[in-house]
Design a protein around this ligand. Sequence first.
Ligand SMILES: NC(=O)C1=CN([C@@H]2O[C@H](COP(=O)(O)OP(=O)(O)OC[C@H]3O[C@@H](n4cnc5c(N)ncnc54)[C@H](OP(=O)(O)O)[C@@H]3O)[C@@H](O)[C@H]2O)C=CC1
Ligand SMILES: CC(=O)N[C@@H](CCC(=O)OP(=O)(O)O)C(=O)O
Length: 347
Amino acid sequence: MVRAAVAGASGYAGGEILRLLLGHPEVEIGAVTAASSAGQPLGAIHPNLAPLADRTITDTTLETLAGHDVVFLALPHGHSASIAEQLPDDVVVIDCGADFRLTDEAAWAAFYDTPYAGSWAYGLPELAVGATGKQRDALRGTRRIAVPGCYPTATTLALAPGYAHHLLAEHDVVVVAASGTSGAGKSLKPHLLGSEVMGAMSPYGVGGVHRHTPEIEQNLSGIAGDDVRVSFTPTLAPMPRGILATCTAPTWDTFTPAEVREAWVDTYADEPFVHVLPEGQWPSTASVLGSNTVQLQVTLDERVGRVVAVAAVDNLTKGTAGAAVQCLNLALDLPETTGLPIAGVAP
Ligand SMILES: NC(=O)C1=CN([C@@H]2O[C@H](COP(=O)(O)OP(=O)(O)OC[C@H]3O[C@@H](n4cnc5c(N)ncnc54)[C@H](OP(=O)(O)O)[C@@H]3O)[C@@H](O)[C@H]2O)C=CC1
Ligand SMILES: CC(=O)N[C@@H](CCC(=O)OP(=O)(O)O)C(=O)O
């Protein structure tokens, strides 16, 4: 058994990490820490986590995080580095925030307003690396892991096979993705009040300014071996959870629909959490709720020579907390699927 602390336990991501850890056979839940909610029972914040209802949330300090084998950080951007650098090197630290995701300091400076903290192993095990490798090899035994953003998870996995199999051009890539409101965290935001969100869909971060743009480009460029440029538009959808990313990119030559489909099927054939759906079936956020899975479908729009790939994930599960636990399994050399739901909650 390992003992894990969750910092940011009162938030959406922290709560989902705790839900998953309750079903993990190798993890004992230790400190649950936060900020303004310190002193409250966890049950007052996350009534769904009945077995932890009487746990008291404590402040996030070095003292409360000490004595754990694993520390999950589910804190706002910019808070992870100062904590992580004071934790012993042999503690597994898994950061759900953006602080250590980008390898390029200039890209960080262009999209974030806190100082660049560096980069850690990127926590997307299914990411194609080189001709045949996957990112999970870089995560085994690692002690510092940066969990991807939720949009980059969906978008990268949707388009990666096209670059791994040299089908897609690096330019003119267009992604429009809808997210449920929990993606924005639980702190009060005027554009997220019930009356603003219910019954409405609206874009935000339009015009290449959303901070997930450089992360998506970093991932796809790494596979392509050349700079991939992406036009990314996020949209807010009136649902609590889920992301649906519709991604299109031009092919660089003439390929058949069968060649395109084969690339996607081949890339994810052995992946327990990435499901390329049968032909004609399209991903839906409802089908992945509460599961650590990604549903994918791909087709070729032959009229315009573009591949259309669609991904659905639960932003809080495969999009954050599930990915964090999957990375923990790799860090601890456990079977990668340990404690993680593969079936979603439906309807
Ligand atoms: N929501 C999502 O779908 C995704 C989130 N993430 C990332 O995960 C992280 C957490 O997100 P999310 O759960 O949505 O956010 P929430 O706003 O829901 O929760 C934030 C948590 O951080 C705590 N906190 C805030 N300030 C401090 C501080 N100064 N010191 C210690 N704790 C603090 C809060 O405590 P308190 O409530 O007590 O003030 C709360 O527990 C973020 O970095 C986010 O970007 C990544 C992918 C997807
Ligand atoms: C709906 C919504 O607001 N979503 C968040 C993305 C959440 C996420 O992936 O988080 P990181 O902040 O860790 O990158 C946003 O667009 O900012």
